[in-house]
Design a protein around this ligand. Sequence first.
Ligand code: UDP
Length: 255
Amino acid sequence: MPLIIKDEYPEKLFREDGKRLDGRDKHELRPIKMEVGVLKNADGSAYLEWGNNKIYCAVYGPRDVHPHYLAKPDKGILRVFYRMSTFSVFERKRPAPGRREKEISMVLTDCLEPLLFLELYPGNSFEVFINVMDADGGTRCACATVAALALADAGVPMRSLVTAVAVGKIDGELVTDLSGIEDKAGDADLPCAITWFNEEFSLLQFDGKMDLKEFDKCLILAKNALTKIHEIQLNALKNKYIAIQEEYSGGKNKK
Ligand code: UDP
C-alpha cells in the first residue's frame, strides 16, 4: 500500500479507473492484521497493522491507582494514554503529549469504559498504553480496536469488544476507512465505534460537511465495516489460544 509521505494534497482522491489513490474500491477496508499477547511485561497486549498504521497496546490492571488521589472508593478507574511516536508521521512529532493526544486519550477512555465492570474494582485502576509507531489516518479508531483486544488479552472481564472505523466523504463520494490523505484532503470524516454487547455507538466524531441522508448512509457503511473488523478481532483472540493448545498438545492438533 503506497504511503503518501508528504503533506501535499492531491487534486483528486479517485483515479481515472474509479479506484481510490491506494487502489481500493469505495467501501474496501485497508488490509488489517491483529495479534494479541505480543508484549511479555504487560498484563495484556495487542498489535495491529491497519493499512500503514502500526500500533502497540499494553494493558495493566487491576492494580493500585497512582497517584492515589485519583482513586475512587466506589469503583475502579480506566486511564488511557494515546501517544504517537516522534517518527510515526512525516513531520517529526514532539515527544510531549500535545492537545490532540490528550483529547484522543479522553475520547478513547469514553469509548472503552462501557465495556468494563469498573464497579467491581473500587480503588483500582486499569491502564491502557497505546503507542502509534506509524500513522496514516484513522489512528483513534485503530487504537480503540486494538485496546479492546489488549484488555481482553489481560483477562479483564468485559461486556464485549468495541470496534471502530472511520467512514466519510471524499470528492463527493461516501467511502469507508479513510487513509491519512483522504482524511486531510477529503470532504468529511466520521470516526465511530460500536460496543457489541448493546450495539451502541461509544465513539462518534464528525469533521467536515455532508447532508443528513449521507450521514445516515455513513452509519450503515460503518456498521458493515465494523462487523468485518470485529471478526478479525475475534480471530486474533482465538489464534492465541489455538497456538497455546498446539504447543501443549505437542503439535498434535496441527492441521
Ligand atoms: N497526523 C500527522 N501529524 C500529527 C497528527 C496527525 O501527520 O501531528 C496525521 C496522521 O497520519 C493521522 C492523520 O494525520 O493518522 C489524521 O489525524 P487525525 O487527527 O484526524 O486523527 P486520526 O484520523 O489518526 O484518528
